[in-house]
Write a protein that binds this ligand. Structure first.
Ligand code: RB5
Length: 153
């Protein structure tokens, strides 16, 4: 499995810890975040990660900023990205099972290392359930592509 990881200055240390955790599991990791604590705009990492996931060059992504929110908002502007900001492993599991989240996001100022590992594991080890959930993510894509939703008319 190949994952892209990205972060801003608020999450550099946690990014390196999660990178090491993933690599120790045999995951190939592409790092598109900052490696320093100097101010770094999270949209840059979100955009680079989103493009790699949307193109299929990466199987998924992990994005970390202070809260996980800004970086998820930016990633969700890339067509085809479903990035979910999570602070717990239950949400992380359900967002793969129901929303087929292709990027998982969390906040280095919100969760500690062990919770971050549990979030990543829950997301990586779950499968999309399809069925009615596919119809719903198709609607998300329809909004993205057309700025319209036939079912809402
Ligand atoms: C950076 O200070 C902070 O705003 C950023 O990491 C993130 O929390 C934004 O959503």
């Amino acid at each position: 499995m190949k994952l892209v990881i990205g972060n801003d200055h608020a999450a550099t240390e946690l990014k390196f810890q999660i990178m090491a955790y993933l690599e120790q599991k045999g995951v190939e990791v592409i790092n598109v975040g900052t490696d320093t604590n100097e101010s770094f705009d999270y949209a840059i990492a979100a955009f680079k990660a989103g493009k790699l996931v949307a193109s299929g060059e990466a199987d998924g992504g992990v994005l970390i900023c202070g809260t996980g929110v800004g970086i998820s908002m930016a990633a969700n502007k890339v067509r085809g990205i479903r990035a979910a900001a999570c602070s717990d492993p239950v949400t992380a599991r359900l967002t793969k099972q129901h929303n087929n989240a292709n990027i998982i996001c969390f906040g280095a100022r919100i969760v500690g290392l062990e919770m971050a590992k549990a979030i990543v594991d829950a997301w990586m080890n779950s499968e999309f359930e399809g069925g009615r959930h596919q119809n719903r993510i198709d609607m998300i894509a329809e909004i993205e592509e057309t700025q319209n939703l036939a079912a809402a008319q």
